[in-house]
Design a protein. Structure first.
Length: 146
């Protein structure tokens, strides 16, 4: 089982009003809108935590993207998965002033590898310059597809 923390007050707004909490339907729609294969995925919302079951049937890269897709939503503070098959995901939380180049230097030792981070976070990222403080990004690892 894996548990990842997210900035509850940062992220994409999927629903109206400041006090509204994301519903399972909102989160499933977000995953589907991003084009992520989520066959057999079971989501449960418990306060500000999302429990994701059935991610073991997808590739490690899709599993990580699903974790990020539901975690980078306003109102979500944590994502828990029921399966930990494959290598442990490596994530980075964006800080004020970060650029993908700076994240790549810090996480991968070479700023020029920012394109690998950008590719690893598609379709959640639409442009390398469109990141925000509190957003959690995938850091690609050797042997794990983008």
């Amino acid at each position: 089982m894996g548990l990842w923390s997210f900035a509850k007050d940062a992220g994409k707004k999927l629903f109206g009003g400041d006090d509204a909490e994301p519903s399972v339907e909102d989160l499933k729609k977000e995953v589907a809108d991003l084009g992520l294969e989520a066959e057999g995925l079971d989501l449960q919302v418990e306060g500000d935590k999302v429990r994701v079951a059935g991610v073991g049937a997808v590739s490690p890269s899709i599993r990580e993207k699903i974790i990020l897709a539901v975690g980078n939503v306003t109102g979500i503070g944590a994502v828990e998965t029921d399966e930990d098959e494959g290598p442990a995901p490596v994530f980075h939380t964006v800080e004020k002033g970060d650029t993908l180049w700076a994240v790549a230097e810090k996480a991968m030792g070479n700023g020029a590898k920012y394109e690998a981070i950008f590719e690893a976070n598609k379709p959640m990222l639409s442009h390398p310059d469109k990141i925000y403080p509190g957003q959690v990004l995938r850091i690609p690892q050797e042997g794990v597809e983008a």
